[in-house]
Design a protein around this ligand. Structure first.
Ligand SMILES: *Cc1c(COP(=O)(O)O)cnc(C)c1O
Length: 450
């Protein structure tokens, strides 16, 4: 038995893997990773895989980035962690100051993962209105195709039935507004027209329900887990206007799109707005350590600042503001500040676009779209098992790609080179060709996992 087989067997026996029907791993092997460097993961047999999805969208600058590694090692020699209730430390203070400056939101509350950031934003919004004597504002509006995490509160504002419908009895029903999905534009209409229609529907909802609504939560510009649904920034500027007009908060969940993924540091900046709450995680540590945070404005913070303890935000997580994770996040911000990442990415994206013209022209490729360092398209296929078959075929070609249903997307680390991107694109084209030729021997079960 090779080392690889040994590790995958032991993992299969004991590790309950996320987002997975474990029985499927009887047929589809788990891939044990021994090491990683740049965009490349390496298994125990020495086979490489190009990480085309940044390890679930967290890895910004490649694996093992020396600067982030050094920051964590340096911090490790000083302080690994201290509780943040009643205590503080240098990395959390510096990170908070820098994030506040970059976002225009003055106060930062920390969590450990994306879903906990969503929970924090929802609770804070509700609690703010309650502190203002408006406790009836206890519902949330989320969008069709939304994904905000999978804890019980976050799942209630998530619209991916595969993840949420099983737990429907646990979830507090919210309100759902149409997605501004640019693919919904009719012939002759623009993405902005599609956004305007979605805004009209949202306004109708607010007209009826604003008195009971605390906040609208959105993923700015790209709805990730539903299949990289992209939309026009006009939706966000109109959303800001409606939130002000109807007195509801705007929660920007930038857990996936924050830190340059859509071309600006934060996606909402492309609409020239500021949200009331900003949720960050995933890329915040460059994919090294779990960390999340929620930023909010001074007026909202002030509504909690009081002699009465219960007006305060008493929420907590044990690892809130972990020092090692904050040190990694500071290194990420240093890289952004010193290496002109956004401009370099813009140039890269342009070159990558022209490398994808053949892929885009394939007869089975639909809705090819691109935003910043995300590319996505739907594949016309009769295969019910397309996502799985594509994933497996890409692994054979030394690439990690995880289609969502029949949506194929690239979300590579920003450090990917032209050669590596060409490799990924060629492997994808060859895989589509192979799957189009192969007869459909699927087991008939379709599943769409991000
Ligand atoms: C991944 C994600 C989350 C949840 O983050 P976790 O760390 O997986 O809990 C929430 N919102 C968006 C937009 C995400 O992409």
């Amino acid at each position: 038995m090779s080392d690889n087989q040994d590790w995958l067997q032991r993992s299969f026996n004991t590790v309950w893997h996320p987002c997975t029907q474990m029985k499927r791993h009887e047929a589809l092997p788990i891939v044990p990773i021994a090491s990683a460097d740049g965009v490349w993961l390496r298994d125990f047999d020495g086979k490489r895989y190009l990480d085309g999805v940044s390890s679930w969208w967290v890895n910004l600058f490649g694996h093992g980035h020396p600067r982030i590694k050094r920051a964590i090692k340096d911090q490790l020699d000083k302080l690994e962690h201290v509780m943040l209730a009643g205590f503080t430390h240098q990395p959390v203070v510096e990170l908070s100051e820098r994030l506040a400056k970059l976002s225009g939101l003055a106060h930062v509350f920390y969590g450990s993962d994306g879903a906990s950031a969503t929970e924090i934003a929802l609770k804070m919004s509700f609690h703010y209105w309650r502190n203002q004597g408006l406790a009836d504002k206890s519902r949330f509006i989320s969008l069709e195709n939304s994904y905000h995490g999978e804890t019980v509160g976050a799942l209630a504002v998530t619209d991916v039935p595969l993840f949420s419908s099983t737990y429907a009895d646990l979830l507090k029903p919210g309100l759902r507004a149409p997605s501004p999905d640019a693919r919904r534009a009719l012939p002759g209409e623009s993405a902005a027209d599609a956004a305007r229609k979605a805004i009209q529907a949202l306004e109708n909802l607010l007209t009826k329900h604003a008195g009971e609504v605390a906040a609208v939560i959105v993923e700015p510009l790209v709805q990730g887990a539903a299949g990289m649904v992209m939309y026009d920034p006009l939706y966000l500027s109109e959303l800001r206007r409606l939130c002000d007009q109807y007195q509801v908060h705007l929660i920007a969940d930038e857990i996936a799109v924050g830190f340059g993924r859509t071309g600006s540091l934060f996606a909402y900046q492309q609409a020239d707005i500021t949200p009331d709450f900003l949720c960050l995680s995933k890329g915040i540590t460059g994919g090294f350590l779990p960390l999340s945070c929620v930023l909010t404005s001074s007026p909202i913070y002030q509504a909690f600042y009081h002699d009465d303890v219960t007006r305060g935000f008493l929420h907590s997580h044990s690892y809130t503001g972990n020092a090692l994770a904050c040190a990694a996040a500071l290194a990420v911000l240093d890289i952004f500040a010193e290496e002109d990442v956004l401009a370099t990415n813009a140039d890269k994206a342009q070159r990558f676009n022209s490398m994808m013209t053949d892929l885009q022209a394939r007869p089975d490729v639909r809705n090819f779209r691109h935003k910043g360092m995300i590319w996505a398209f739907e594949v016309d296929t009769s295969r019910a098992d397309f996502a799985q078959a594509c994933f497996a075929a890409m692994l054979r070609r030394s690439c990690l790609l995880r289609p969502i249903g029949n949506t194929v997307y690239f979300m590579p680390p920003y450090t990917i080179t032209d050669e590596e991107m060409a490799f990924l694109i060629a492997a994808t084209a060859a895989t589509l060709e192979e799957l189009a030729r192969a007869s459909n021997t699927a087991d008939g079960q379709s599943i769409a996992l991000p």
